[in-house]
Design a protein around this ligand. Structure first.
Ligand code: 26Q
Length: 803
């Protein structure tokens, strides 16, 4: 058994020798990383096989274009309860486990919240002993690596596979073929109309399986990532006619290129045909391999929804619906009606956005050319659906035009997803209400029973137990370790509200985490930050609606205050930012540059730097989040109300004892409802008010600019630049977005209220005991946001999935 120390040592040394050819004396940390992970990986693989054999009940397949699973070494050691022994053995051999862990590459196979949510869900499935598997793509390059030069973002390729990836298992024997293009030929066989695709281009899809462990369970699920390759026939065929030379390599590269990179969340980007192909490649490969396994059980097709559920993470995998229809009809001979029943009963869909520009559509012409049979099925779906709606709403042309799946030459993927599934959920209460009452109102009227809410959650194991070991230890000393299995037990921490010794310890833990982050900042950026300052954190994708601009304008205002009155009573603050801008999103890149410009000025100013510091940490990732979040005192969640579907960073910081400074948007509202108004700093327009101003044109940003001199000062710096002289002219567009183009995101409108709450924070932070009490209350209620709970609700309400 790997659990025995001596046995483990032998396995490690053998693996070291096999993977690197080295003896222990010559081995580097990277070598040790590979050896250690290989030992674990082999062991997990055996557990995986056992677990798969035992799983006979229903299986859920969570289809997602993104999975941000983060590092696995630490997770595996912890979930297998091996950490202590392994640390000791490695020490005996002259290694430090921390140094070895630092060698792990974080697979950045996602953009942000949606991809990380998928990873937290996988963690919860396995830890709850549920059969839930991920289906995704094995991008050769993850989301770009971000570098800043003079505040400008540069994107570098993320070649995460360069050292190999120990946790995956290539399964060439389970490869399938995915077809693109070609012509659909129809014929009549046995009196039935049959469709077949001819002259298609065929791409081979090879699965790579990553076993997903549960916390102290025997369950091991699978994250299956698909990679594109040429079929061996194609390689041979080419080789016959051409030199085994450059042309064939080009051809091979063309096919492999399909899964070369992850598309950034960037609605302005052109040239997205490859993305369309990626989406189909994912669902076609995924569904084919799942159905092949199902067929081996020799059950009737009508039984499928009792054994399989397919969940689509936003509309990105929505071609799953016509693809499943295609296979059931064209390959398995089912009628449209039977196939339709099976499809709608087995598919469910989560919506993650109401931003109009983020709702996916595909040009009909592209789909017609690249997925001709899928196109035919979509057209038929549309016709049947419109016909049904016509019967339900006779004469209502307008309504039906708005509901249609295809209109103005575009295929509306959200409509496809709603019509082709039995459940549509939003990701926080407000978001679901907006879907029902506004964005998807007509669909809600047509299918009220399909809509439901599932507020997002986070893995308390990753975001507390693993990311914050000191807090974990303190909590466990106080309330025992049951909370690891049942996170709602964190509520027991409320008993310690008046325990001054406990509060003191809690403060020490936070200080310690802040010191660790300060060390990192110093190492990375050469900036010495003060761990006794308030760590005020805004880390997430850079986007207009997330309003990093509100934060930085307020910093500009604070800067002036402190310059004017250096002796002002003001508890020191460190503002910490991190996040990537989509490569084509000019405004977001400007915001990064603005933050960097302000940071340079503030940090160098001898008058204010003791009280005010600003850092932008490069290349935000899972790994970096795990360093920053445990150290946060203040969690900035500033989205314009209605715009952030849920947010999950808000939950992660709450769970680590930060207090939320946030709008009444997304899951912030639910955090507010849990902790109560004394333990959170809410501000800004409500969703209702935002909708009102959007519809009424009553909001005039320029008026606010003229009446509030704090705002005018801060906004003027963007162009007049009294203190930021060197960069005159750089931020004209930001200025105009606010003043000339009437501030789409209500930054100026919410400024006063935001500044007021910030001042409240400065005051209340100084009452250290009270602040720590509030922090404790936040931790106590955060168990309600564990993804275990979220997954349990999906399992019972949507998938009918049991242990
Ligand atoms: C679409 C088409 C082409 C290229 C890229 C995309 C694309 C990729 C990623 C569109 C959207 C995304 C990601 C969206 C996302 O992360 N949404 C967030 O989901 C979280 C989990 O539900 C929520 O908490 C956040 O509020 C939401 O913004």
């Amino acid at each position: 058994m790997i659990q025995e120390k001596e046995r483990f040592k032998q396995l490690f040394l053998t693996a070291l020798n096999h993977t690197t050819g080295k003896q222990v004396e010559e081995a580097t940390d990277q070598d040790a990383y590979v050896a250690l992970s290989t030992v674990l990986s082999n062991y997990i693989q055996e557990k995986h096989q056992d677990s798969v054999k035992q799983a006979t009940s229903k299986q859920v397949y969570y289809f997602s274009m993104e999975f941000l699973i983060g590092g696995l070494l630490q997770t595996h050691l912890s979930y297998l309860t091996l950490e202590e022994d392994v640390t000791e053995v490695l020490q005996e051999l002259g290694f430090s486990l921390d140094d070895i862990k630092a060698c792990e590459h974080d697979p950045g196979l996602g953009n942000g919240g949606l991809g990380r949510l998928a990873a937290c869900f996988l963690d919860s499935f396995a830890s709850l002993n549920l059969s839930g598997n991920g289906v995704g793509l094995r991008y050769r390059y993850g989301l770009f690596n971000q570098r800043l030069e003079n505040g400008r973002q540069f994107e570098l390729p993320d070649h995460w596979l360069s050292e190999g990836y120990v946790w995956e298992f290539r399964k060439p024997s389970e490869a399938v073929e995915v077809s693109f293009g070609g012509q659909v030929e129809s014929s009549v066989k046995n009196g039935k109309l049959q469709f077949e695709l001819e002259h298609a281009e065929i791409v081979r899809a090879v699965p790579y399986d990553i076993p997903i462990l549960g916390y102290q369970t025997d369950k091991v699920n699978t994250l299956r990532l698909w990679a594109a390759e040429p079929t061996s026939d194609q390689v041979l065929e080419k080789a016959k006619y051409e030199d085994f030379g450059s042309e064939m390599l080009t051809y091979q590269r063309k096919l492999e290129a399909l899964t070369d990179f992850l598309y950034p969340d960037d609605s302005t980007d052109d040239g997205k045909i490859l993305r369309l192909k990626q989406e189909y490649f994912l669902v076609s490969a995924g569904i084919q391999s799942i159905l092949a396994k199902f067929e081996k059980r020799k059950l009737a097709w009508s039984n499928l929804p009792n054994f399989l559920s397919f969940h689509i993470n936003d509309t990105h995998p929505a071609f799953l619906i016509p693809e499943l229809m295609r296979i059931l009809m064209d390959e398995k001979g089912l009628s449209w009606d039977d196939a339709w029943e099976i499809t709608t009963q087995s598919v469910s869909y989560t919506n993650h956005t109401t931003l109009q520009e983020a709702l996916e559509t595909w040009p009909e012409n592209w789909v017609k050319v690249f997925l001709p049979r899928i196109y035919m099925i979509l057209v038929e779906m549309n016709e049947r659906f419109c016909q049904q709606m016509w019967e339900k709403y006779p004469g209502e042309f307008d309504r039906i035009a708005q509901l249609a799946l295809i209109a103005d030459g575009q295929i509306k993927m959200a409509h496809v997803a709603i019509v082709g599934s039995h459940s549509i959920n939003g990701v926080a209460k407000l978001h679901t209400e907006i879907l029902k009452k506004k964005e998807m109102r007509l669909f809600y009227q047509a299918y009220p029973d399909r809509f439901n809410n599932k507020t997002n959650g986070i893995s308390h194991r990753r975001w507390l137990m693993l990311a914050n070991p000191y807090l974990t230890k303190l909590i466990t000393e106080a309330i025992g370790d049951e909370w690891l299995q049942s996170p709602k037990q964190l509520i027991k921490l409320l008993d310690f509200q008046e325990d001054s010794i406990f509060l003191e310890k809690l403060q020490q833990v936070k200080l310690h985490n802040k010191q660790l982050l300060a060390n990192y900042v110093q190492k990375e950026q050469g900036i010495v930050i003060n761990p006794n300052a308030i760590f005020d954190v805004q880390v997430k994708r850079i986007h207009g609606y997330k309003r990093q601009l509100l934060n930085i304008l307020h910093i500009i205002y604070l800067y002036r205050e402190l310059k004017n009155d250096p002796n002002k009573s003001f508890p020191p603050r460190v503002f910490i930012f991190a996040g990537k801008a989509a490569p084509g999103y000019y405004f977001a890149k400007q915001i990064i540059q603005l933050i960097d410009t302000v940071a340079k000025i503030v940090n160098q100013d001898p008058i204010v730097k003791e009280k005010l510091q600003v850092v932008f940490l490069e290349n935000f990732s899972n790994q970096l989040a795990e360093k920053i979040i445990p150290a946060a005192d203040v969690s900035e969640q500033l989205s314009t109300a209605t715009k952030e579907a849920s947010g999950t960073g808000n939950m992660k910081m709450m769970m680590n004892g930060a207090l939320t400074l946030g709008t009444m948007d997304g899951a912030n509202i639910e955090i507010f409802d849990k902790v109560g108004k004394g333990n959170i700093y809410p501000f800004g327009l409500s969703a209702k008010e935002v909708l009102h101003f959007q519809q009424s044109n009553e909001y005039v940003a320029r008026d606010i600019y003229h009446t509030d001199d704090r705002i005018r000062y801060a906004v003027d710096q963007l162009v007049k630049a009294e203190d930021f002289l060197e960069n005159e002219g750089l931020f004209h567009d930001v200025y105009h977005a606010l003043v000339t183009y009437n501030d789409e995101y209500f930054v100026l409108k919410d400024f006063a209220d935001y500044a007021k709450q910030q001042a409240r924070i400065s005051n209340e932070y100084q009452e250290r005991n009270k602040w720590t009490q509030k922090s404790l209350i936040n931790i106590a209620y955060s168990g309600q946001f564990s993804s275990d709970d979220t997954i349990a609700s999906y399992a019972s309400d949507i998938w009918d999935l049991r242990e």
